[in-house]
Design a protein around this ligand. Structure first.
Ligand SMILES: [Zn+2]
Length: 282
């Protein structure tokens, strides 16, 4: 968290993908019961995309996408209203870090048994990231194809030398979903939610899929740094001590008491304070 993550030059391109997701879901939520949805309908929704790209989108995942879309079209008015509300809520996530509240994220039971609406929406939205944003696929946006590697290449190598979660040198760069896509599927492709990180931090062993929010708090993000909007740069210091067994012990401390919880929350899980043995102490 010490190193703020800069924007990619491809940020606006990726926001177009977010707009595609949003438009599709809100159009589906606005349909009356029994309305037919097919590939031609989708071409009307995404009129700016090439029909051949939409045809591939429609048929990928062995036809599951078409089924998810039809499930959403057939959802109850209540489920559609709830889904549209969740869409608008999640896409305001920036407010949590920039305005100290002002929006509340509600935990969603995406796997609920009583309605297929939410699991279909969750699967459909996440499929925009994997496999569509993978390098073998990509989005046809105008004359350009956008994939993960293009997005990452838009952040200069110098600006992504260090993993923002563990501060280790980034030898291999992955994209971590700061707010996990399983819980926040509307943010599966949002550039402000995609953080270049090391494989360990992106995995369950470090930052992983934990939700960096306090669900029950009035200001849910109060105790959390954010790699882009609330970096810990300048907010922490490193305390180094000699332990009784003549080793060096290093730990991260907040400069201000108000950041105590944020520093605690930003430590990689399961990692104990660093211990070093310098030659002079042997
Ligand atoms: Zn890392």
């Amino acid at each position: 968290m010490l190193h703020p993550v800069p924007d990619s030059t491809k940020r606006r391109r990726l926001l177009r993908v977010v707009a595609l997701q949003r438009r599709l879901i809100l159009r589906l939520c606005g349909l009356t019961a029994g309305a037919a949805v097919d590939r031609s309908w989708l071409e009307g929704v995404w009129h700016e995309l090439p029909p051949e790209w939409i045809e591939r989108f429609w048929s990928l995942d062995k036809g599951k996408r078409a089924e998810w879309i039809k499930t959403l079209a057939a959802a109850s008015p209540l489920d559609k209203q709830r889904l549209a509300d969740i869409c608008r809520e999640e896409l305001r996530f920036k407010v949590l870090w920039q305005s100290g509240g002002g929006v509340t994220m509600h935990k969603v039971d995406w796997a609920q048994k009583t309605s297929k609406t939410f699991s279909a929406a969750n699967s459909l939205l996440k499929s925009f990231y994997a496999p569509l944003l993978y390098d073998g696929e990509g989005y046809r946006l105008g004359s350009e194809t956008l994939a993960k590697s293009h997005y990452l290449a838009g952040i200069t190598p110098a600006a992504r030398k260090v993993c923002p979660y563990c501060d280790n040198f980034l030898q291999k760069t992955e994209l971590d979903h700061f707010l996990p896509k399983d819980e926040f599927p509307f943010l599966s492709c949002h550039p402000d939610n995609l953080i270049p990180s090391c494989p360990d931090s992106n995995s369950g062993s470090h930052k992983g899929i934990g939700v960096p929010l306090d669900w029950d708090a009035a200001d849910q993000a109060a105790n959390w740094f954010h790699p882009r909007w609330r970096s810990a740069a300048g907010c922490v210091c490193v305390e180094i001590q000699v332990t009784p067994d003549r080793q060096l012990s290093a730990r991260l401390l907040p400069r201000a008491t108000a950041d105590t919880e944020r520093v605690t929350n930003s430590r990689p899980r399961g990692v104990t304070p660093c211990r070093l043995t310098p030659p002079a102490l042997r």
